[in-house]
Design a binder for this molecule. Structure first.
Ligand SMILES: *[C@@H]1O[C@H](CO)[C@@H](O)[C@H](O)[C@H]1NC(C)=O
Ligand SMILES: *[C@@H]1O[C@H](CO)[C@@H](O)[C@H](O)[C@H]1NC(C)=O
Ligand SMILES: *[C@@H]1O[C@H](CO)[C@@H](O)[C@H](O)[C@H]1NC(C)=O
Ligand SMILES: *[C@@H]1O[C@H](CO)[C@@H](O)[C@H](O)[C@H]1NC(C)=O
Ligand SMILES: *[C@@H]1O[C@H](CO)[C@@H](O)[C@H](O)[C@H]1NC(C)=O
Length: 440
């Protein structure tokens, strides 16, 4: 098709569509003079703008808007209650941010079928008709965030968006998502559903096999099931921050072997079963701050590539001696604001890349159970924040450590055993024995 034929076809379609909607809504005899003149205007516009002029792509900017370039239409904060009608059909970006749009009707963007970027954030959208975006099969990014009256996503809401890569539906009040709603946007890679009222991991996500970044931050999710993320093999970043998650089924993350960042901060987790993070082989950063965790056992064992571990602001009282034995790439560990009185001996000694250890706001006992830190610091190159135990190391030796009161602490052994699936009984823990001796 030549450009000219395309334009002609497009004009015919627009006119037929106009006629159709008018006939649909008003019986033929009711078509008023002004409506007739609208047709004539469109017809003339087509003939003069589209068919007669060779390069006349009727590229005029809508009166109320502003167009920094030929392709970009900016209609920001104009109090618009409807979509401007005179949009140039070749536009590739349309910004309707900060207006007062309430509904999007069927095929609301039929005049701008080449759009690649569409912003309708900060409006007053209450309802998106099924098929609102039906003609936008070139669209790559859609921003619907901050529409506080948007509560439901209908099964056919996103029909037609065959090439959508990024969607932002954050800061609305969505509480229900139809299980099929994303089956029309399977090319989606980034999805932001943060700051809504979602109570469960939406089943609809299972259609999104190519998703690399997902945020469900600040919702009301309580549980993660073992099938919640079963099909998200490509996921790299997942945020579940600020929900009310208290249960995560074993193997819930088992398929996420490309995940690099997992955010579970500010939830209600109190127990981390040992297999909980199984499968997260590429994980680099995990956020678990501000939960209710009280004991750290072997659950981090599978995170062999972890670099940053955020465990601050929990109730951690105990860390088992081999809890971090697989974390040889760790660069940062945050344990501030917990309930720790001691750290098991040589917990960090195999972490050659460790640069920052945050330990402030814990009730440290600074007795022999912590004496190993004095020796460790002789070789450790990074920074330790918030540990103020003072030990004297004896002359001529780097292994005898005196406490403040001049008591010689017995030498502690470096425990190098990996965290086994099999049970090791707590009473055979050499650390426990050491601290019992120390406390005599
Ligand atoms: C948003 O729309 C509702 C009706 O859907 C209306 O009652 C309300 O006043 C509108 N809010 C604003 C800020 O325009
Ligand atoms: C969507 O718009 C909001 C502003 O309302 C902005 O903060 C956000 O970054 C945008 N989302 C994307 C994915 O660009
Ligand atoms: C998913 O990603 C792959 C690789 O980038 C691509 O070939 C494929 O077409 C994508 N699938 C969809 C539905 O977009
Ligand atoms: C801290 O641990 C002590 C016992 O060692 C316990 O009595 C106390 O309740 C704990 N505090 C918190 C905030 O968990
Ligand atoms: C730590 O996990 C092991 C299993 O790997 C278990 O046998 C042991 O009792 C756990 N320790 C604590 C203190 O919960």
């Amino acid at each position: 098709l030549t450009n000219r034929t395309k334009k002609a076809l497009f004009c015919v379609c627009v006119i037929v569509d106009e006629l159709h909607s008018h006939i649909f809504f008003f019986p033929a005899f009711a078509i008023s003079y002004s409506r007739l003149s609208v047709f004539i205007l469109i017809l003339c516009g087509c003939i003069f703008g589209g068919l007669m002029g060779e390069n006349g792509t009727n590229m005029t900017c809508p009166d109320v808007c502003h167009c920094p370039s030929d392709d970009y239409i900016s209609c920001i904060k104009l109090g618009l209650r409807s979509i401007p009608q005179d949009l140039p059909p070749s536009a590739d970006s349309l910004n309707l941010e900060g207006n007062q749009l309430r509904v999007l009707l069927f095929n609301a963007f039929k005049r701008v079928p080449l759009l690649q970027y569409l912003w309708i954030n900060q409006n007053n959208l209450t309802f998106l008709y099924p098929g609102s975006f039906i003609s936008l099969n070139n669209l790559r990014e859609l921003n619907l965030s901050k529409n506080p009256r948007l509560t439901y996503l209908h099964a056919h809401t996103f029909r037609g968006l065959l090439n959508l890569v990024s969607m932002d539906v954050s800061h609305c009040n969505i509480f229900e998502i139809h299980p099929l709603v994303f089956s029309h946007v399977v090319s989606l890679e980034t999805l932001d559903l943060g700051f809504n009222k979602i109570h469960y991991i939406p089943e609809a996500l299972r259609k999104l096999h190519n998703m690399t970044k997902l945020s469900l931050e600040n919702n009301q999710i309580e549980a993660i099931g073992k099938n919640s993320f079963k099909t998200q093999h490509m996921l790299q970043e997942l945020s579940l921050r600020r929900n009310q998650i208290w249960v995560i089924e074993n193997d819930a993350f088992n398929q996420l072997n490309k995940l690099t960042v997992l955010n579970l901060g500010h939830n209600s987790l109190s127990h981390l079963p040992n297999p909980i993070f199984r499968g997260l082989l590429q994980l680099k950063i995990i956020y678990l701050e501000a939960n209710r965790i009280s004991i750290i056992n072997c659950s981090f064992n599978s995170l062999i590539n972890l670099k940053k571990l955020h465990l601050n602001n929990n109730h951690i009282e105990q860390i088992t001696h081999n809890a971090f034995s697989s974390l040889t790439h760790l660069q940062m560990i945050h344990l501030s604001k917990n309930n720790l009185t001691f750290i098991p001996s040589y917990l960090f000694s195999h972490m050659s890349k460790l640069k920052n250890v945050f330990l402030s706001s814990n009730p440290w006992r600074c007795d022999c159970s912590m004496a190993w830190t004095a020796n460790w610091m002789l070789t450790y190159n990074g920074a330790i924040h918030g540990l103020h135990c003072i030990f004297a190391v004896s002359y001529g030796s780097t292994s005898d450590v005196f406490t403040q009161r001049g008591v010689l602490c017995p030498q502690q052994e470096v425990t190098d055993d990996r965290c086994m699936e099999s049970s090791t009984s707590a009473s055979s823990d050499p650390l426990l024995q050491t601290s019992l001796i120390c406390n005599k």
